[in-house]
Each structure stands twice: as C-alpha cells, then as structure tokens.
Design a protein around this ligand. Sequence first.
Ligand SMILES: [Zn+2]
Ligand SMILES: [Zn+2]
Length: 341
Amino acid sequence: MKAARFYKKHQLLVEDVPIREPEQSEVVIRIKYCGVCGTDVHIYEGEKGSAQIEPPVTLGHEISGEIVGCGKNAKKFIIGERVVVDPNTYCGNCYHCANDNHHMCDNMIGVGTSVDGGFSENIIVNENLVFRLPKEVSFEVGALVEPLSCCVHGIELLNIQMGDHVMVVGAGNIGFMMIQLVKNIGASKIIAVEPNEYRRERAKQFGADIIIDPINDDTDKILLEHNIPNIEHVIDCAGLVSTAEYSVQYAGKKGKVMLFGLTNPDDTIKVKPFEIFQKELTITSSFVNPFSMQRAVALMKTKELHLDTIISDIIDLENINDVFEQKLYQNKGKILIKCSD
Ligand SMILES: [Zn+2]
Ligand SMILES: [Zn+2]
C-alpha cells in the first residue's frame, strides 16, 4: 500500500509499505481522507511539534475511512462500516492514567506521530480507538472529527456561561470550529480577531458578531463602539507570541485565556504579573482530546455546525508534498488528503 513517510525535515516520501495482518482486537481501515494538521506542518518543518517522532513514520492523525478487516477478537465493527479514528492511546498504568488524567499519560502513543498514521491507504489500530461515523456525515467531514474533539475539550475547560463575551484570536480552521461551538453554547457576543480579510469574512459567516483586524484596526475603539463591558474568555487559536500577548491584554476581569494554538516550543511571551493580579486572570491551555471523540461525533450530526465549508482543498496522496512545499495550508481552509477511492 502507498503511504507518505516522514524521514527528516522537508523529506516526506510517498512509498510502498508492506501490509500486515490485524492482531487480536485490531481492525484494518481503508482510509478515505486524512486532514492536514498544524502538527504535521511542524514535523515536516523539523520543529519539535507537539509529539516525539522517531522517523521514518507515516504522518497524519485526522482519519476517516471504512473497516476492511477485523482481528479475531475485534467485535465492535463489521466489514464495510464507516468510521473515524482517535489517534491517542493511553497506557492505563502510569501515575496520570491512575489519576484519571489519561491524556497526560507518560507513555502516550499517537497515531501519525509515534506510530504510523493516516497519510496512507490503510491503517491498523485497536478497535477501541475507532468510532462509527453517522450516515448523514460524509467521509470528508468525518476527517474533521479529531480536530473538533480537541476543540470540544478546550471549550469544556473554559466553562463558558450563556451570555459571556468570547474573543477568538486567529480565524483559521480551528478558529472557525471554536466560533461555532461558542455560538452554540450561547455566548452573547463573539469577537473574531484575524488579520486576513477573507478569513475575517468567513469568521462572520460562521457566527462571529464583531470582527477585528488586529494590525489595522484599533481594537479598544471597536470594543468600545460595540459596548463590550468585559471579555470573559479569549481563545488564542493562532499560537503566535503576538497573539498570546494580545489575548492576555484583552482578557477582561476574572477572564480566562486559553492558549489553544501551538506556539514554537521555545517561544516565550511577555506577561505582566500585575495584570494577571489586577484582572485575576486564568491563563490555561488544552491538550489533545480526552474522552471527547464520541461527543464530537455526535455533534457532527447537529445542523448547527457547518464543517463542510471549512474544507478548502482535497489533494491526492501522491501529491501530498505540494501541500507542504507550496504551503497550501496557509491558503483558505482545511486541506484533506484523499488516501483511497
Ligand atoms: Zn491535529
Ligand atoms: Zn499512562
């Protein structure tokens, strides 16, 4: 089967790899689509990213597909079922697993990072990582379940109340999901901050009430014009030093700042402790998707979420290098790799 294997910085090779038989409770999935995530870009660019990598490894962890084989103890699915994959396996034995913080697991295994992932025609994973894709959800949208599940976890950590004011900094794919989720919770006003005009307009379509260009607009003036008394939650989806600092600056009294987008591992930001004290700020983050996959799948069925229009490009597996070399991910929206027919 064909798979895109990462060897080293800027070297991702589409090559033939042998297929093995599924063991015990494993299933074989014929992958339809696998989304390109910021983590894949970080790895391709040779940055440390969010995961430990031991090349060569097949990248990709946002997977939808169809069951084509079952190990002899795999009982959850039958051949032909449409599914999505949770990429993260927890050991169940370490200190953090024992304390019900599975996603902090010391021995976490990640599909598409520590073991072979989804930029491939097939994948073999334990059936407990696999979830049924509802029939009303396409394979394309199914590939967005994993990033959506990460957003769901982040939103839950914020504990947004109805009527709160929420600022989303960075209107990319994650920002578009966050805006929709926040809207559904009942935020009174959603403020989207984004320098790119096209993305600002998209943010509006997805439910942002106020849009701000942080480079050319006067943020304070716009917030004043719209009578925003306090911003209870700021979600930084961009992961830049400038956006993290902006997020702290505009979080209101008793506000929570969620640094959701990944910065480079060695980035540092300037924060005034006095400002944290004065506003009694909480600065937090959100790591992967503990127990939120099933709920993300359920959310996909609701009519209030519009995920299909987040997808901008579908690229065949053999042309995957175009995505990274031409930086297609900087364009308009989510890029999916089409892995098989
Ligand atoms: Zn991801
Ligand atoms: Zn563990």
